[in-house]
Design a protein around this ligand. Structure first.
Ligand code: PLP
Length: 449
C-alpha cells in the first residue's frame, strides 16, 4: 500500500485518475489501461466522452428494457425527488409503492399477487430464500431447510445467492457458504442442442434429477428449489421443452416451493411479462429487479402466491409478520421510475414487440453460424449467445478481446462470460438495429479470429 499525504476534508483537488474505483466483475488492470468509458445514453445508443455512438446490444446489463434516458421516466424521477425524497417502509407506506406493487401483481401469472421490495437481484434472491425458509417455519415444518439450486445458475452475489448458484468462480473464494444446499445438473449439452432457436427439444428429463435429490435428503428436510427459467449470466441456456413444467410437478408431488429467478427474464425479455407466463408454469415465488424500472434506479423484489402470504398473516395484529426488509425497500424514486417504465411497456406494447421480433432476432443471430470460431449459437426471446472457441491455454481471452474491440473500435456494447458472447438489446430495438448489431458482431468475430 502506498502512503498518501493527508488532505483537508473539503479538498476537491484530488486527481480524477482511475485508481480509486475498484470496478465490480471487471478486469481492473486491463480496464484502467484501455478504458471503456460511457458519458451519456439515449434510446438504443450509448455515447463515449469523445462522442462516439455505441449501439447497446446488452440493455446495459440486461436491464434497460425501455431503452435509455426515456423522457417519461426521467420526468417521473425528477418529480418524485421534489415531492417525496425518501420515506421509510418499516411501519409506513407511500402511494407509489402500493401502486407499483399492484401493477406488478397484475402482470404476474396466477395468484402471484403480493410483492416484497428490495434493491437488487441479489437481495431479491436472498429475500426469496428467506421467505421460503420462514414459510415452513411458520407452518410448523421447521425441518424443511434444504435449498436446491442448479449448476451454472446465477443468483447474484449474496451468500444465499452464491450458495444456491452454480458458477464456480463466484463460489470458490468465499468459504463454506450456506449449509444444506444441493444442485440440479445444468441443462446444456452441445451435442444434443447446438444451434437451437428457442427451447431445445433435448433435456426435459434432467428435471427428474430432482427426484433423486429429494430421495437422498427426503422432502421433510427440503424447503425450495430455485432456478432461472433461462440461465442468463452463465452464457444463456434456455430451458429445454417441458423442463420447467416437470420441475413444477415434482415440487408439487413432494411439497417443495418452486422459485423462479426472473431478474433477467422479468418484464418482457422472453416476450411475456414473466417467463413463467411463457412456460405456463406458476412458481410459488418469483424474483425480479433490472427491468422493473428499466434499470434507472436500483430496485428488486419478489412476488409470492396468495397462500404463501396468507400463511404469514396470523398471530397478534401488532406483531411484525416477517423479520426482513431493507432501508430502501420500495424507495419512492425507484417506485416512481417503475410506474413510468411500466407505462412505457404497456403503451408501446414492448413485451408483445419482443415476442414478435423473436424470429427475426433468432434468424439474424443464427446467421453468424459459419463465422470463424463459432461453436454454438442459442437464442430465446430477445436474448442471444454465441460460443467462441477458446484460444489455447487462454480461456476467455478471445471473447474478452471481442468485447473490448466491439466497444472501442466497432461501436457495439455486448456482454461476455468465458468465451461466450451474450446479447440482450433493449426491447425497443428495430429490425434495422438488429441488423446493425449483427453486422458489427460479424466484423468483431472475424477481427478476433
Ligand atoms: C438471474 C439473476 N439473479 C440475480 C442477479 C443479481 O442481480 P443484482 O446484480 O442486481 O444483484 C442477476 C444479475 O444479473 C441475475 O441475472
Amino acid at each position: 500500500m502506498t502512503a498518501q499525504t493527508p488532505r483537508a476534508a473539503n479538498d476537491i483537488s484530488s486527481p480524477n485518475d482511475m485508481e480509486a474505483w475498484w470496478l465490480p466483475f471487471t478486469a481492473n488492470r486491463s480496464f484502467k489501461r484501455r478504458p471503456r468509458m460511457i458519458a451519456r445514453a439515449k434510446d438504443m445508443y450509448y455515447y463515449t466522452p469523445d462522442g462516439r455512438e455505441v449501439i447497446d446490444g446488452a440493455a446495459g446489463l440486461w436491464c434497460c428494457n425501455a431503452g435509455h434516458n426515456r423522457d417519461e421516466i426521467t420526468a417521473a424521477i425528477q418529480a418524485q425527488a421534489q415531492e417525496l425524497d425518501y420515506s421509510p417502509a418499516f411501519q409506513f407506506g407511500h402511494g407509489k409503492g402500493f401502486a407499483i406493487a399492484s401493477r406488478i401483481a397484475q402482470l404476474a401469472p396466477g395468484d402471484l399477487n403480493h410483492v416484497f421490495f428490495c434493491n437488487s437481484g441479489s437481495e431479491a434472491v436472498d429475500t426469496a430464500l428467506k421467505i421460503a425458509l420462514a414459510y415452513w417455519n411458520v407452518r410448523g415444518q421447521g425441518s424443511k431447510t434444504r435449498l436446491i439450486g442448479r449448476e451454472r445458475g446465477y443468483h447474484g452475489v449474496g451468500f444465499g445467492g452464491i450458495s444456491v448458484g452454480g458458477i464456480v468462480k463466484n463460489r470458490q473464494f468465499f468459504g463454506t457458504l450456506l449449509a444444506g444446499v444441493d444442485h440440479l445438473p445444468h441443462t446444456y449439452n452441445r451435442e444434443q442442442q447446438a444451434f437451437t432457436k428457442g427451447e431445445p427439444e433435448w433435456g426435459a428429463h434432467l428435471a427428474d434429477e430432482l427426484e433423486r435429490i429429494v430421495a437422498l435428503h427426503d422432502a421433510s428436510t427440503t424447503a425450495a428449489v430455485i432456478v432461472e427459467p433461462m440461465a442468463g449470466s452463465t452464457g444463456v441456456i434456455p430451458a429445454p421443452k417441458g423442463y420447467l413444467q416437470r420441475l413444477r410437478q415434482i415440487c408439487d408431488k413432494y411439497g417443495l416451493l418452486l422459485i423462479f429467478d426472473e431478474v433477467i427474464t422479468g418484464f418482457g425479455r422472453l416476450g411475456t411479462a414473466f417467463a413463467a407466463e411463457r412456460y405456463g408454469v406458476v412458481p410459488d415465488i418469483v424474483t425480479f429487479a433490472k427491468g422493473v424500472n428499466s434499470g434507472t434506479v436500483p430496485m428488486g423484489g419478489v412476488v409470492v402466491r396468495e397462500g404463501l402470504y396468507d400463511t404469514f398473516m396470523q398471530g397478534p395484529e401488532h406483531m411484525i409478520e416477517l423479520f426482513h426488509g431493507y432501508t430502501y425497500s420500495g424507495h419512492p424514486l425507484a417506485c416512481a421510475a417503475a410506474l413510468a417504465a411500466q407505462d412505457i411497456y404497456r403503451d408501446e406494447k414492448l413485451f408483445e414487440r419482443a415476442k414478435a421480433l423473436e424470429p427475426v432476432w433468432a434468424d439474424a443471430i443464427h446467421s453468424l453460424k459459419g463465422q470463424p470460431n463459432v461453436l454454438d449459437i442459442r437464442t430465446v426471446g430477445l436474448v442471444g449467445a454465441i460460443d467462441l472457441a477458446s484460444r489455447p491455454d487462454a480461456v476467455g481471452a478471445r471473447a474478452f478481446e471481442a468485447m473490448d474491440r466491439a466497444f472501442n473500435e466497432y461501436g457495439l456494447m455486448m456482454r461476455v462470460t468465458g468465451d461466450t458472447i451474450a446479447l440482450s438489446p433493449p426491447l425497443i430495438v428495430t429490425e434495422e438495429q438488429i441488423g446493425e448489431i449483427v453486422d458489427k458482431l460479424a466484423k468483431v468475430i472475424r477481427a478476433v479470429a
